[in-house]
Design a protein around this ligand. Structure first.
Ligand code: ADP
Ligand code: MG
Length: 577
């Protein structure tokens, strides 16, 4: 065994750096915090290749004095504590003087900075933490910080980085959080030279949310403002009809610092339990203000965990406040209803079938028979045989009632139609035969910068879906042709939904399922809604088409289409057998 020796500095640095700097987003977080601490009013972030190639944060803050620039990169070098009295602050706010040293240890760092009172600024270049170059340089007041080629000297760690898109969306999420916590500061974010976020300084959180997420989301939010025990809760939450399919729209802040905390997330979950189905999550931008002594935000400096002194009070306070806000809009369901989740009804008034007539135009006469399900469906999902059933009626303007030898069958008209349209889309797309319709008056869509960036990337894919669109630089897209499928739907809303779907895929890092998700979304939006009267002809057409599909039992989203009540069950219940 060798002798005991101190590890060389270089290795110590790399080990410690790993604790703080796990991914590009960790660097972005540390740099933005420094810019905020420096009193900046404008922070601009540029990243390339998801931040792996470049992260640049520039601010108009106080800058670093020439003679202190090198010192700032020493471990435990900080200007933020002078005396041991400040030590409590260190514990609560995490000023540990380690960030710059850690970032420099794992990348190639260039800074350019100038304090107001200095005539010339400073430029400093470090590789793997070692100063390569330090010289005076002209610079505007403030600090420009670049970190290039993250983990260039620790290839093993580099391998753990995710795709550019995933790393970029983590960064976008983080910048959104800072921007929401500081509406009074301008934030700009660019990825690979393209604008992802443009937030000039503004007065209120409401306006900031508008800048980041747009009017459509803002319209679906309720404002919170509650004093609770020792703390204050403000922010915005979804109304019950506007839930999302992931948790990406949940941001929690304690004393204006973002945290990722299970207690808070769980409180939101509980508050919405009655309203949300599985897989549905409310939007929640929640800000808690509380005395620093009531919360330890530094359980892990890089992971945002917190520990509350009075956890159950915090939980109860949040749940009560949210439920109070929701009840202003919608009275609590009666006791019995509380047992089952609230299921929002489709409310859009369009009826595609009605417009297309009994023999809907353009639907192919023959659908090739598919391979069918590999697993036998359970008895209560067993389909009737083509031609061997009768249409008995229409129940609740939602379910088509059939009978056959085996008994009674209910078919949900919305999901049935959705399945039919989905399979048609799939076939037409495979054969590249998407049917298009020219719009007499072109449609202009206003998009936010993140959506704009995605639309530029996905314009060709939308083309394949049957759209003809043109992208304008000023945040708008002009649509001249749409898929025939959407003509009778409220197509302007439908297209906006598709763009939102695209953004959701991007946020979830699952853009590879683009085509599939767009097919599902388009067929859902074009399908006949529930609570719609149907003529007998339309019912006949729909059932016949459904029976030609490959998977008539479930809709593309996985919901059941049919329910069978067997003749035996009926007879048994009438005590005939
Ligand atoms: P800490 O933020 O914990 O003090 P850092 O390693 O992040 O430690 O930064 C070290 C020091 O460098 C800070 O205390 C501050 O004096 C200076 N500094 C870093 N970034 C900036 C900036 N953007 N503007 C002005 N000063 C900065
Ligand atoms: Mg710092």
């Amino acid at each position: 065994m060798g002798r005991i020796a101190l590890l060389p500095d270089e290795i110590v640095n790399k080990i410690a750096a790993g604790e703080i700097i796990e991914r590009p987003v960790s660097i972005v977080k540390e740099l933005i915090e420094n810019s905020l601490d420096a009193g900046s009013t404008e922070i601009r972030i540029d990243i390339e290749k998801g931040g792996k190639q470049l992260i640049r944060v520039s601010d108009d803050g106080c800058g670093i004095a020439s003679e202190e620039a090198q010192l700032a990169f020493e471990r435990h070098a900080t200007s933020k504590i002078q005396s041991s009295e400040d030590l409590h602050e260190i514990a609560t706010m995490g000023f540990r003087g380690e960030a710059l040293a850690s970032i420099a240890a794992v990348s190639q760092v260039q800074i350019r900075t100038r304090r107001e009172e200095e005539a010339a600024g400073t430029s400093l270049y470090l590789v793997g933490g070692k100063v390569q170059n330090h010289q005076p340089a002209a610079a505007p007041r403030g600090t420009l910080f670049e970190s290039r080629n993250l983990f260039f000297n620790t290839p093993a760690r580099k391998k753990f980085l995710k795709s550019d898109g995933t790393e970029a969306s983590a960064i976008t999420h983080m910048v959104h959080a800072f921007a929401m916590a500081h509406p009074e500061i301008s934030f700009f974010l660019h990825h690979d030279q393209r604008e992802v976020l443009r937030c000039p300084r503004t007065a209120t959180l409401r306006e900031r949310i508008f800048q980041i997420f747009g009017a459509e989301l803002l319209d679906q939010l309720l404002e919170l403002n509650e004093s609770l025990y020792h703390f204050q809760l403000t922010g915005f939450i979804s109304n019950t009809g506007a839930l999302k399919s992931n948790k990406n729209y949940q941001y929690f802040f304690i004393n204006r610092r973002m945290v990722k905390d299970k207690v808070l997330a769980n409180s939101v979950y509980v508050a919405y339990r009655v309203y949300a189905q599985t897989g549905q999550y409310p939007v929640a931008f929640l800000f808690l203000e509380m005395p620093p002594s009531m919360v330890d935000v530094n359980v892990h400096p890089a992971k945002y965990e917190v520990r509350f002194l009075q956890q159950s009070l915090v939980q109860k306070g949040i749940i009560d406040a949210i439920q109070k806000a929701l009840n202003v809009v919608r009275p609590l369901p009666s006791f019995q209803l509380q047992q089952t989740p609230y299921i929002p009804r489709y409310s859009a008034p369009e009826l595609n079938l009605q417009n297309t007539g009994a023999q809907p135009a353009g639907f192919p006469e023959e659908m090739p028979a598919g391979p069918g399900l590999s697993m036998p469906a359970p008895a209560f999902r067993k389909m009737p045989e083509p031609g061997e059933y009768k249409i008995v009626g229409h129940y609740d303007n939602t379910y088509i009632v059939l009978s056959d030898e085996g008994g009674l069958i209910l078919v949900d008209q919305h999901v049935a139609h959705e399945r039919v349209l989905y399979e048609q889309l799939l076939q037409r797309q495979e054969r590249q035969e998407m049917r298009r319709q020219n719009l007499l008056i072109p449609l202009v869509l206003e998009l936010n910068p993140a959506q704009m960036m995605l639309m530029e990337d996905y314009a060709d894919r939308f083309q394949e879906l049957g759209f003809d669109l043109e992208i304008f630089g000023n945040g708008s897209v002009i649509i001249r042709e749409i898929p025939e499928l959407l003509v009778d739907a409220n197509y302007s809303a439908a297209i906006q939904r598709l763009v939102n779907d695209l953004e959701r895929l991007y946020r979830d890092g699952v853009l590879e399922s683009f085509a599939e998700e767009m097919r599902k979304s388009m067929s859902c939006q074009a399908a006949v809604k529930i609570n719609m009267p149907l003529t007998r002809e339309k019912m006949e057409w729909l059932i016949a088409e459904l029976l030609k599909t490959n998977t008539p039992q479930v809709c593309p989203h996985g919901r059941p289409i049919i329910l069978r009540i067997s003749h035996y069950e009926i007879e048994k219940n009438f005590k005939r057998i």
